[in-house]
Design a protein around this ligand. Structure first.
Ligand SMILES: [Zn+2]
Length: 96
């Protein structure tokens, strides 16, 4: 029973704290995800971006990916590359 408790405690701790490798990759993603460092907050080991409201230290990778996809779609709409179906008969993509 004590072994089981130790295993669970270690598992919870490992989920709470990213490994060194993961932390390095998260830091690289945080610092490189915009062309400038505007909006990045990295004091005290934090890895946050106020421009896209992503916490690179704590958010699950799948959530960060989802946010990036949403931002990419919004950017394509702004550029007029991606148009909603209800606005065109040519489908989602309207490449110029
Ligand atoms: Zn950002």
């Amino acid at each position: 029973m004590e072994l089981c408790a130790n295993f669970i405690e270690k598992r919870v701790n490992s989920m709470a704290e990213p490994t060194t490798e993961e932390l390095i990759l998260r830091r690289l993603l945080w610092i490189r995800h915009h062309e400038t460092m505007e909006g990045l907050y990295g004091d005290d080991g934090e890895l946050q971006c106020s421009r896209c409201m992503i916490d690179f230290k704590r958010m699950p990778a799948a959530e960060i990916e989802k946010r990036f996809q949403e931002q990419g779609i919004a950017k394509l709409r702004e550029q007029g590359v991606l148009i909603d179906r209800k606005h065109t008969t040519q489908g989602n993509y309207n490449r110029q």
